[in-house]
Design a protein around this ligand. Structure first.
Ligand code: ADP
Ligand code: ASP
Ligand code: MG
Length: 406
């Protein structure tokens, strides 16, 4: 008998028919003799609808109340799935984050899981029930409801699989698996049978939202086998596993893009030690992740400092920099939200030279100007004007991985 955690995303539980279909799948998995814990997202569109509602009653909704509000989406879907299972004759019990006791820190809207008390779930399983857990939500040390950031139900799924030592965590979504690029942008992208934790980490952090990055971090740390599958068919999907020698033969295994970026430039900052720390220290303290950074020193002892932040944190980052204007001392601050980040990822880059040069050449042939560059051992990212993101993804995909006919 295996213990299987299955997570179903928003589209997979998007309407009553879909929820009945999920109940059918869960009941089939159980009928094969497995114990099943199910994690559900809110019904498709619901989280966005709730966030928009908050904006209708408040110009700046507070983080705590926003979490109380958006967590309700998963409460609805977990109860509906438990009802559908019961209706199909399968004993099922729903659990909210605080009932399982998914304990998190207090960073509302982006909380991190600290611990999970598996006992209630184990009790439900021992009693023959399917446990249906509301994804995306937890509870902090003061009993406040918290949420784990957009796409956070993936993380609930993998974290539960780690805590329960499940045999596998299956992530059911609206695509057949992890593709070499977002199949909505590159229709001829190929499904990968396997991908390493490290490549998946890069793809997730570079914009491939098929898995939330923190879910991949959990999977890697606790060695949870993750399978990404479609809830619309029975295809095998993609498994995320530890790398092996064969994977290193592939130069580029995926292309990702992220339109939710913003660029901030401080012009003519004095070029002296400690300056960067003064700029980036307060930004980091606010929990904002700075991604790409370039600094161009001029002959006159000044420098231009440009960096990117996630679009959601952009206003906050600008406010922080402006509030420190006296301390930092810049001549002008310019911003640009019309940027996108396009990246190639592959384990093979570790041992092959010239990949960056080839990437830049491909982009230049399309007339795409590169604004910023950042690299790691297994990825190269460039910032480009947003309108070129799709063209960049397609041309890089076709050159490194293959076009429609190759
Ligand atoms: P869910 O609601 O099931 O969590 P998401 O919308 O969060 O689903 O994630 C699935 C989507 O991720 C797909 O519909 C696809 O458009 C997008 N996506 C982006 N990059 C990739 C990729 N490399 N492989 C598969 N899907 C991708
Ligand atoms: N409902 C949340 C969101 O839309 C969490 C999730 O779907 O994973 O981001
Ligand atoms: Mg998702």
């Amino acid at each position: 008998m295996a213990l299987i955690v299955q997570k179903y995303g928003g589209t997979s539980v998007g309407n009553p028919e879909r929820i009945r279909e999920v109940a059918r799948r869960v009941s089939e998995t159980r009928a094969k003799g497995n114990q099943v814990v199910v994690v559900v997202s809110a019904m498709a569109g619901e989280t966005n609808r709730l966030l928009a509602l908050a904006k209708e009653v408040s110009k700046t909704p507070s983080d705590r109340e926003s979490d109380v509000l958006v967590a309700s989406g998963e409460q609805v879907s977990s109860a509906l799935l438990a009802l559908a299972l019961q209706d199909a004759g399968v004993p099922a019990t729903s659990f909210l984050g605080h009932q399982v006791r998914i304990a998190t820190d207090s960073a509302f809207g982006r909380a991190r899981i600290r611990s999970i008390d598996r006992h209630r779930l184990e009790e439900a399983l021992a009693g023959g029930s399917v446990a249906v857990v509301a994804g995306f939500q937890g509870v902090d040390a003061n009993d406040n409801i918290t949420t784990l950031g957009r796409g956070g139900s993936d993380t609930t799924g993998v974290a539960l699989a780690a805590a329960l030592k499940a045999d596998v965590c299956e992530i059911f979504t609206d695509v057949d698996g992890v593709y070499t690029a977002d199949p909505r942008i590159v229709p001829h992208a190929r499904k990968l049978d396997r991908i390493s934790y490290d490549e998946m980490l890069e793809l997730a952090s570079l914009g491939a939202k098929v898995l939330q990055i923190r879910s991949v971090e959990f999977a890697k740390r606790y060695k949870v086998p993750v399978a990404v599958r479609s809830s619309f068919n029975d295809a095998l999907g993609t498994i995320v596993v530890e790398e092996d020698q064969r994977m290193e033969d592939v130069l580029v295994s995926g292309v990702a893009h992220d339109r939710d970026q913003a660029k901030i430039t401080l012009r003519r900052v004095e070029d002296r030690p400690g300056l960067a720390a003064r700029v980036f220290g307060p930004i980091a303290e606010a929990g904002i992740v700075v991604d790409m950074i370039i600094q161009n020193a001029a002959d006159d002892g000044s420098t231009d400092l440009t960096f990117t932040v996630p679009r959601v944190d952009y206003e906050k980052a600008v406010a922080i920099v402006k509030s420190r204007e006296g301390e930092i001392g810049f001549k002008a601050l310019t911003t640009d939200t019309d940027v996108a980040k396009v990246s190639i990822v592959g384990l093979g880059m570790k041992s092959h030279a010239g990949v960056a040069a080839r990437m830049f050449d491909i982009l230049s042939r399309e007339g795409i100007n590169i604004q910023m560059i950042s690299t790691s051992e297994i990825k190269i990212s460039v910032a480009v004007q947003a309108k070129y993101a799709e063209l960049a993804v397609r041309s890089l995909h076709d050159a490194f991985i293959g076009g429609p006919t190759s």
